[in-house]
Design a protein around this ligand. Structure first.
Ligand code: NDP
Length: 249
C-alpha cells in the first residue's frame, strides 16, 4: 500500500496507460480522480476501478472545464498528492502534407493542455506533491511524420524542468515518464485487427533492444515509482521506459 491516504488525479485515465496507472494506484491504496472526454469509457473505467474513484468528463484543451473537474475532484477526495498529466493524442504531421489545424491540435492537446492542467491543479495540490508528465521517445528519435508530436513532447521535458524549479520551494516534484511504443488504443488502425497487431508487434520488436512491445503496466509501475516517496529526491528528470530504444545506436 505505497499510496495509502494519497489522492491522485490522472488525465486520460479512461484508457491505455492512464487506466493501467489508475488501476495500480487504487490497488496501492489511493483515491483516484480520472478525466477524459469519452463518457462511456469513463463510466466503464469508474465501474471497474471501484468506489475510491471519481470519473469526470473534461476536454484537456478546454482549460475552464479541466479546472472545474480538478476542483470537483478535490472537493470529493481532498487535495491531491499526485498529478499524472497523461492525456494525449498521436496525430501525424508529415512535412510534405501536414495542415496547420492538425499541427495545432497536436500541440494544444499534448503541450498547452499539460501546462494549464498543472496551473489549474496548483491550488489543489498538497505541498510535497508529485507531478508526472507523460513524454515520449519521439521527443528524441527522428521518426518521420511526427514533427508536432515530437516537438510537443520535447516541450513537455523542458516544461518539467522549469516547473520543477518553480515548485521546489513547495517541495513539489515534477518529472517525466517517456514511454517507447506501448500497446494501447492510441495506435488505432495499426492494431485494429489481430493480424495488424501481430505485424505491428513484430515491427516494434525489431527496433527495440529488449525485442518486444511495451505494455501499459510497464509505464504504470514507473509512474508509481515517480509518484511515491521511493523517488523522494528525483526532481526535474525524464525517465525513458522503452526497452532500450533510445539507448541503442
Ligand atoms: P490512449 O489513446 O489509450 O489514451 C489516451 C488518453 O488521453 C485517453 O484516456 C483519452 O481519453 C485521453 N485524451 C486524449 N485527448 C484528450 C483531451 N483532449 N482531453 C481529455 N482527455 C484526452 O493512449 P495511451 O494510453 O497510449 O496515451 C497516453 C499518453 O501516453 C499520451 O500522452 C501519449 O502521447 C503517451 N505515449 C503513448 C505511447 C504509446 O505507444 N502508447 C508512447 C509514448 C507516449 P478520451 O478519448 O476519453 O478523451
Amino acid at each position: 500500500m505505497r499510496l495509502a491516504n494519497k489522492t491522485a488525479l490522472i488525465t486520460g485515465g479512461n484508457s491505455g496507460i492512464g487506466l493501467a496507472t489508475a488501476r495500480l494506484f487504487v490497488a496501492e491504496g489511493a483515491k483516484v480522480v480520472i478525466t477524459g472526454r469519452n463518457q462511456a469509457t469513463l463510466e466503464a473505467a469508474a465501474k471497474a476501478l471501484g468506489p475510491n474513484t471519481l470519473a469526470l468528463a473534461a476536454d484537456a484543451t478546454d482549460i475552464a472545464a479541466t479546472a472545474a473537474a480538478i476542483g470537483k475532484g478535490a472537493e470529493k477526495f481532498g487535495k491531491y498528492d499526485i498529478l499524472f498529466a497523461n492525456a494525449g493524442i498521436a496525430g501525424g504531421t508529415p512535412l510534405g502534407a501536414a495542415e496547420i489545424a492538425t499541427f495545432e491540435k497536436v500541440i494544444s492537446t499534448n503541450l498547452t493542455s499539460v501546462f494549464f492542467t498543472v496551473q489549474s491543479a496548483l491550488p489543489h495540490l498538497n505541498d510535497n506533491a508529485s507531478i508526472i508528465l507523460n513524454g515520449s521517445v519521439i521527443s528524441v528519435l527522428g521518426i518521420p511524420g511526427y514533427s508536432a508530436y515530437g516537438a510537443a513532447k520535447a516541450g513537455v521535458r523542458a516544461m518539467a524542468r522549469i516547473m520543477a524549479s518553480e515548485l521546489s520551494p513547495r517541495g513539489i516534484r515534477v518529472n517525466v515518464v517517456a514511454p517507447g511504443a506501448i500497446r494501447t488504443p492510441i495506435w488505432g488502425a495499426a492494431i485494429a485487427t489481430p493480424e495488424a497487431e501481430k505485424a505491428f508487434e513484430k515491427r516494434i520488436a525489431l527496433s527495440t533492444p529488449l525485442g518486444r512491445i511495451g505494455e501499459p503496466d510497464h509505464i504504470a509501475k514507473t509512474v508509481l515509482f515517480l509518484a511515491s516517496d521511493d523517488s523522494a529526491h528525483v526532481q526535474g528528470q525524464e525517465l525513458f521506459v522503452d526497452g532500450g530504444a533510445t539507448a541503442s545506436p
